[in-house]
Design a protein around this ligand. Structure first.
Ligand SMILES: [Ca+2]
Ligand SMILES: [Ca+2]
Ligand SMILES: [Ca+2]
Length: 370
């Protein structure tokens, strides 16, 4: 009798464990903490870029000039330094950062920051080398770009093609008309070779200008061969654009789509490319943007994820299969973290957000489930 009851208990234990297994919703293929939302860092001050590095660390800039390398699993800062000539002024300071495709072997990365030169507030793109847990300056790719306490663009992206190209966004630095002038590097998407030289197939010989008519693009990501940029609108029309060679994106003459008579005339005459998404009569101040296509959060597959400063949320834009249009959208985490400045995604599909609230009260958080 005792043997039979023992067998019955064992049978139920086995049945129960099978049931639990079948009912598991979350697949945890590694020993990562399983919290759906985990605070990795607090007491940050205006982080601007978070990047999932090729070394599987998070690389982060803070506007005041600090670059940090963070172990996302243990939360430990394993390297940190400050750029002595980066000058924070309003929205300016140390901004975008991107790693060279061969970072793991050559340690190269690029960062954009604002600096002072003889009373002028300017912007430059600098190549660095990270070696023996130290930072060396390699070369200035470009400098003397106008900067301002607002509208400094500064997101970076490196393509994965055979001869990779380095893209950088610039804002209008509060001189709106410069965005349409090819004599100014303000309000542009710029394109360089990785050594800083100008690619021979850029639209204007000897110029890094790739596209023009941008107000303040602060999100830049390439997915499935398509380059997407997010851009702050004035009091209307935040935009998501597909960036193409030698196209005009309209600012300051056009906001959002070409939909009033003056805009329609200008757009037809100037090869203007309309946004694939815009915010209409309101603005949310979308800044950082990344592309998501991981099974971990299935609802976000083939989506652009945009971080909002003003609306303090994450906007999820579902792309069409061809990536050329937005088919649906969703807004999440409203006011949960405050103003959200930037985003990165790990190969395991975890999403990282950093805030832009200031006062040494900013956070870096990990989202493992929606
Ligand atoms: Ca980022
Ligand atoms: Ca536009
Ligand atoms: Ca319009």
């Amino acid at each position: 009798m005792r043997i039979i009851s023992t067998l019955v208990i064992v049978f139920f234990i086995v049945l129960q464990s099978c049931k639990t297994k079948n009912n598991d919703v979350v697949v945890v293929p590694d020993d990562w903490p399983t919290d759906s939302i985990r605070i990795l860092k607090n007491n940050l001050n205006f982080p601007w870029e978070i990047l999932w590095g090729k070394d599987d660390f998070i690389w982060m800039t803070e506007r005041g000039g600090k670059i940090s390398k963070i172990n996302p699993k243990t939360k430990e800062v394993v390297f940190s330094t400050s750029l002595p000539d980066a000058v924070s002024n309003g929205e300016g300071g140390l901004l975008g950062l991107v790693q060279h495709p061969d970072f793991l072997t050559n340690g190269f990365f690029y960062a954009v920051y604002n600096y002072n030169n003889g009373g002028n507030y300017l912007e430059k793109l600098v190549q660095f080398k990270f070696i023996n847990n130290n930072l060396q300056t390699v070369a200035t790719i470009i400098d003397n770009i106008p900067a301002s306490s607002i509208h400094n663009g500064s997101r970076l992206w490196i393509t994965t093609e055979a001869a990779p190209k380095l893209f950088m966004t610039t804002g209008d630095a509060s001189v709106a008309n410069n965005a349409l002038r090819t004599s100014s590097l303000s309000g542009k998407v710029l394109r360089f070779n990785l050594d800083g030289s100008i690619p021979a197939d850029n639209p204007i010989s000897g110029s890094p200008i790739w596209s023009l008519g941008h107000r303040n693009p602060q999100g830049l990501v390439m997915a499935n061969g398509i380059m997407y940029a997010s851009e702050h609108g004035p009091n209307v029309e935040d935009e998501v654009n597909i960036i193409e060679k030698n196209r005009n994106y309209g600012w300051p003459t056009v906001t959002g789509p070409c939909n009033d008579p003056a805009e329609i005339t200008f757009c037809a005459a100037n090869n203007v490319k309309e946004p694939i998404w815009s915010s209409g009569n309101v603005t949310f101040a979308y800044c950082g943007m990344d592309y998501y296509n991981n099974d971990r959060i299935a609802a976000w597959k083939n989506c652009l994820l945009l971080t909002s400063l003003k609306d303090a949320n994450l906007r999820v834009l579902k792309l069409s299969t061809d990536g050329l249009s937005v088919v649906s959208e969703q807004q999440l985490f409203k006011n949960k973290f405050g103003r959200i400045r930037d985003i990165c995604v790990s190969p395991a599909g975890r999403v990282y957000l950093c805030t832009g609230n200031g006062g040494n009260a900013d956070v870096l958080v990990e989202i493992s489930q929606p």
